[in-house]
Design a binder for this molecule. Structure first.
Ligand code: HMG
Ligand code: MG
Length: 314
């Protein structure tokens, strides 16, 4: 890459030295695509993400294939990528059936996904919040007994398209329940991208007050209103070191129509490297991967960094 294609490095004080990027493009990104992406293209996408230096790459979901047909090939895809050296490959499971499918293929990073609101729990899991937590309890226990690390997502942490603003204590209750079940880390989902930085800080402060340590918290921002990077910065200032992002800014949620793409990994890496924060990611290779994927999806990447670095010629 030429000099103008790398950010100038000007560190800010009191930020983490290193950030773990939790890449969700192959799951959160591709679950929302209209057309089917061939399994081999998905596998190649994951391989290229690994070659670009990403070490946590969420691979797919063992959900009901009728609910998310885009990821119905989980059984075919996972074995093609599971031996990638030095890469963790978390998968989503919504229930016992999903866990059984994932463990049968040797998955050792499991993510359950809860909701802070009743409306989204119903739309996404066909359960109330408490019913879905009751489903997760034995799933988390069994995953842990099988030696897996478990992440607990909490969706709609800031706003919900049906219910509006989400009270912070409602989010904290679900976070605490997931933690008490044994989840090793939480991911705070701004599913529809409405959060702003003060809101992020307030939630993180409350979670700390409720006994959730910052090192167990990841953040998962969608970029609907262009706030994802600002929200990430607020989380970094708070000490968060796990940030979810999606290569090329792919993403959304089929069960929340107002959800658009995730924070683009390239935009995140540009900011982090500019702040002198280590990620292990090669921005040039990552951008080339997103340009390659955009060609497969037949539309340009929404990531500003991908567009800038590829000279708008994709
Ligand atoms: P349900 O219809 O209530 O399921 O769906 P059920 O438990 O009544 O079972 C009905 C049938 O489905 C049964 O088959 C089950 O075996 C089968 P039958 O006995 O009738 O022949 N079944 C399954 N088959 C395969 N795999 C499974 C499975 N489970 C049941 N895992 C269910 C409930 C949870 C399954 C459904 O609602 C579902 O799959 N939901 C997933 C929705 C989803 O994937 N959403 C996107 C991910 S979340 C997200 O994107 C947010 C996030 O990014 C964070 C953020 O941005 O906020 C993580
Ligand atoms: Mg998401």
């Amino acid at each position: 890459m030429s000099a103008e294609q790398l950010p100038m490095v000007v560190p800010a004080s009191d930020l983490p030295a290193r950030v773990r990027i939790y890449e969700v493009g192959a799951r959160d990104g591709l679950q929302n695509e209209k057309g089917a992406v061939p399994t081999e293209v998905k596998a190649e996408f994951i391989r290229r993400l690994a070659e670009a230096g990403l070490t946590t790459i969420e691979a797919t979901s063992f959900v009901h294939p009728k609910w998310v047909p885009q990821l119905a090939d989980a059984e075919e895809l996972f074995p093609r990528v599971r031996e990638l050296p030095g890469v963790e490959l978390p998968v989503l499971v919504p229930n016992q059936r999903g866990l059984d499918r994932a463990l049968a293929l040797g998955a050792d990073r499991i993510a359950v996904f809860a909701s802070a609101t009743e409306s989204f729990a119903k739309a996404n899991l066909n359960r109330t919040v408490d019913e879905s937590l009751a489903v997760f309890e034995p799933v988390v226990r069994q995953a842990k007994d099988a030696g897996a690390r478990v992440r607990g997502y909490v969706s709609m942490c800031f706003g919900d398209p049906w219910e509006g603003a989400v009270p912070l204590h409602q989010v904290a209750r679900v976070c605490t329940a997931l933690r008490n079940m044994g989840c090793d880390e939480l991911s705070l989902g701004d599913t529809i991208g409405v959060a702003t930085p003060g809101h992020v800080q307030e939630l993180l402060n409350l979670l700390n007050e409720e006994g959730v340590p910052t090192n167990e918290i990841g953040v998962h921002f969608h970029d609907t209103y262009g706030q994802a990077l600002a929200n990430t910065y607020a989380a970094l200032e708070h000490g968060v070191t796990t940030v979810d992002a999606s290569a090329g800014g792919l993403g959304g949620c089929p069960y929340a129509k107002s959800a658009t793409g995730n924070l683009a990994t390239e935009d995140l890496v540009w900011m982090l490297h500019g702040l002198g924060i280590e990620t292990g990611v090669d921005l040039g290779r990552l951008t080339a991967t997103s340009v390659w994927m955009a060609a497969h999806l037949d539309r340009p990447s929404p990531s500003r960094t991908v567009r800038a670095l590829s000279h708008k010629d994709q």
